[in-house]
Design a protein around this ligand. Structure first.
Ligand code: FAD
Ligand code: EPU
Length: 335
């Protein structure tokens, strides 16, 4: 159904109320193609679960919500399986389905909100894993020609919260299906400290992939706000990658500052730690603010505008620059 003057509040996890000129959902490539033909000149926004967006104004164009479903095994042998999911599948439901079949690889990415189709956009990651670790390929609709193109891992140019879809081919494709190469013999990854301590707390010595998934779910629920209760889009900023020398000067004042080596010369600082040190954690301004348990997450307690939250993020960026000489980059897509 095509709707006009549609309030997007229920389809973005920040819960921001702005209007879309035209809104329609599609559940097949044919429906997508028809909609694009019907509205050839409108600006477009492809929407999944709306969990990585900050809407700052009405959208004067066509919002297309991806509802392409599907789950199938493409090939398998004794050790591995390649599974494909429709882009409109809910990411966490897909992860649970893989765990049910005892296919390992995605369990550390449990409970990340959003759709399968958006997962390659920013190479979603958490708790020691990123989708690039078991990504196989994806099928995407090329808007200009109406052709389907296949992207393998190299073509996606994955990086930390990055892919070709946020850069070189931004806005040119609609991702329709994504496939992953998963292991049949469980290979659990408990390298992320919080997972091993959570498993230890639960008295689990030889975790199954379901145990790892449950541990991740419980860690996430203990610090990340549930968007159904408090509006948010997860980490608002990326963890900044800086030269070792930048870290050394911060460490001189704060020996406890977290730092994760990336290569010989660079590493990641924890943006949440920087923001907390600067005194922003838990700060509330009217109906929005910085989450009290995770300083990397900006929140809307209800009724805020996207511009209020954007302005808060600008103040935080300026303050971190002044206090630490580090420039934070927004992770959330701003529209
Ligand atoms: P949307 O917000 O709908 O879209 C995001 C971007 O992708 C937009 O630019 C949109 O146009 C584009 N897009 C969406 N679908 C398609 C498609 N099919 N084809 C082409 N373009 C498309 N992210 C992490 O990486 N790790 C985390 O641990 C994590 N934790 C989070 C926790 C919370 C509480 C929340 C609210 C968010 C978290 N996120 C995390 C961010 C978010 O869940 C991911 O970025 C997710 O992949 C977004 O999916 P979505 O379907 O909601 O995308
Ligand atoms: N920290 C603080 N104060 C805070 C938050 C964090 O001091 O308020 C410190 C922690 O104590 C820890 C370090 O910062 O030493 C890292 O914290 P955490 O493990 O919570 O992870 P993060 O860096 O804040 C990243 C991702 C998350 C992902 C988690 C788990 C980014 C931008 N964020 O957060 O992804 O779930 O690691 O792997 O990389 C998202 O992208 O939306 C997201 C939630």
């Amino acid at each position: 159904m095509i709707q006009t003057n549609f309030d997007l509040q229920s389809v973005n996890t920040f819960g921001i109320s702005v209007k879309a000129k035209i809104f329609a959902a599609f559940s097949s490539m044919e429906e997508l193609s028809e909609l694009l033909k019907q509205f050839p000149n409108e600006e477009r926004l492809i929407l999944g679960g709306g969990s990585n967006l900050l809407l700052t104004k009405d959208f004067d164009g066509l919002v297309l919500k991806n509802e392409i479903k599907g789950f199938r095994v493409i090939s398998e042998d004794e050790h591995e399986v390649i599974v494909e999911a429709g882009a409109g599948e809910i990411w966490h439901a897909f992860v649970l389905k893989c765990i049910e079949q005892n296919y390992s690889g995605l369990e550390n990415l449990s409970l990340i909100p959003g759709s399968v189709g958006a997962s390659p956009m920013q190479n979603i990651g958490a708790y020691g894993a990123e989708i690039k670790d078991c990504f196989e390929s994806l099928q995407a609709y090329h808007i200009a020609t109406g052709e389907m193109h296949t992207f393998d891992k190299a073509a996606c140019a994955f990086g930390y919260r990055e892919s070709v879809f946020k850069n070189k081919v931004k806005g040119q494709y609609v991702i329709c299906a994504v496939s992953f190469r998963l292991k049949k013999n469980a290979h659990v990854n408990t390298s992320y400290g919080a997972i091993s301590s959570e498993l230890e707390k639960q008295g689990i010595a030889n975790p199954s992939i379901r145990d790892v998934s449950n541990a991740v779910i419980s860690i996430r629920q203990s610090k990340l706000p549930d968007p159904k209760v408090i509006g948010n889009a997860g980490s608002f900023f990326k963890n900044p990658i800086v030269a070792n020398s930048v870290y050394e000067s911060i460490k001189a004042q704060h020996p406890e500052a977290p730092f994760y080596p990336v290569d010989d010369k660079h590493g990641k600082l924890a943006a949440g730690w920087l923001i907390e040190q600067a005194g922003w954690k838990g700060k509330t301004i009217d109906t929005y603010g910085v989450h009290k348990l995770q300083a990397l997450v900006l929140v809307n307690y209800g009724g805020s505008t996207g511009n209020q939250i954007y302005d808060l993020s600008s103040q935080i960026i300026a303050d971190i620059e002044t206090k630490f000489g580090v420039t934070l980059e927004r992770e959330v897509n701003i529209l």
